[in-house]
Design a protein around this ligand. Structure first.
Ligand SMILES: [Zn+2]
Length: 339
């Protein structure tokens, strides 16, 4: 009885932390957000389908005003055409609505990912339906397409989709492989050029120190994914911008169902600021270049996200809302009590 009572008495002070602990925690929080106050960000590669509403809220709080969600592999191979259809529909429908409920403008790119191009029977069917989605509002490119294992089937569907992009006048968002990256990147660019595509319409993604020079030299956009462990860390990214400047370069989180960080873009902006990169260069690589590249689709109006709009979380999409069972819109994130 007495012990329990003591515990209850002690718990609140333990929960609040010692003054030093508290100061440290506050500083960590303040440091990150302090450096990016009043900055706006555009993340041109993030898979929100795999993320939660907490992530949307965190993106909005950190100044991310617009995003692009490329169509990709969902971690498990699809077994039929209907699931591709539903996925593409969700990218231009429900997911866009969910994003709007946090004041974030959502765009997408539509394509058959390289991994699933290897299921040729299904790939043939997917090719048939792609044009139905590529011309929809808010679709800013064909993507993410390219090479994974660099097989013949991957090349076949990459080439076919380059032709679709050309026909639709859309930018192309290219996923470069993890294995044999340099070779895969060079091959992706050579094939795009072979199809007569202007390199200024092509965003080569997941670059690193090995690929960046050739991509920039050939006039393509160079995108970098800040992704823990497997791709780039943001300290390496700072060095790349120091060396190459900000022209044609953009960064993204590629946050997905894996261990990834949806705040990679604002956090890298903060680190760049600390490391002395100019505000102009930060603006280019975390915002403007991505807009310039994908606005060539004719689908991006900056007014849509540069002038903040009222968020009404009681809105619905086909009768559905992000609120559950009579929940009140827009909860205070810092409140301890969860209702
Ligand atoms: Zn991706």
């Amino acid at each position: 009885m007495c012990l329990n009572h003591d515990n209850i008495q002690q718990n609140p002070s333990h929960f609040e932390g010692s003054p030093q602990e508290l100061a440290l925690a506050t500083n960590v929080q303040e440091n990150f957000m302090d450096y990016i106050k009043d900055l706006k960000f555009f993340d041109p590669h993030i898979h929100m389908t795999s993320r939660t509403t907490d992530d949307y809220q965190a993106l909005a709080d950190a100044g991310v005003v617009a995003i692009i969600e490329p169509a990709f592999w969902l971690g498990q191979p699809r077994t039929g055409l209907a699931t591709f259809k539903d996925y593409y529909s969700s990218l231009i429908g429900w997911e866009r609505f969910r994003s709007s409920q946090f004041g974030i403008k959502h765009y997408c790119t539509i394509g058959l990912n390289s991994r699933e191009a290897n299921n040729e029977a299904l790939a043939e069917q997917v090719m048939e339906i792609l044009p139905l989605y590529l011309y929809k509002e808010g679709v800013v490119g064909v993507g993410e397409i390219g090479f994974d294992d660099q097989t013949a089937a991957e090349e076949k569907y990459y080439r076919l989709q380059l032709e679709l992009a050309k026909e639709a006048g859309l930018p192309v968002q290219i996923h470069t492989p993890h294995r044999d990256k340099k070779k895969g990147t060079e091959r992706s660019m050579a094939i795009a050029l072979e199809h007569g595509i202007d390199p200024g319409m092509v965003i080569i993604d997941h670059n690193n120190e090995e690929t960046v020079k050739s991509v920039l030299d050939q006039g393509f956009w160079a995108a970098f994914t800040i992704y823990p462990f497997t791709k780039m860390g943001n300290e390496r990214m700072v060095e790349i911008v120091k060396q190459y400047g900000s022209k044609q370069i953009m960064i993204n989180s590629a946050a997905d169902w894996g261990i990834s960080d949806p705040l990679a873009v604002p956090k890298t902006a903060a680190l760049m600021k600390i490391k002395g990169i100019s505000s102009e260069d930060i603006h280019m690589v975390t915002y403007k270049n991505a807009i310039d590249a994908f606005a060539q689709s004719g689908q991006i109006k900056v007014e849509d996200f540069e002038n903040p709009q009222e968020i009404d979380q009681s809105q619905t999409f086909n009768g559905n809302t992000i609120l559950r069972g009579g929940q009140q819109p827009r909860i205070d994130k810092n409140a301890i009590v969860i209702r």
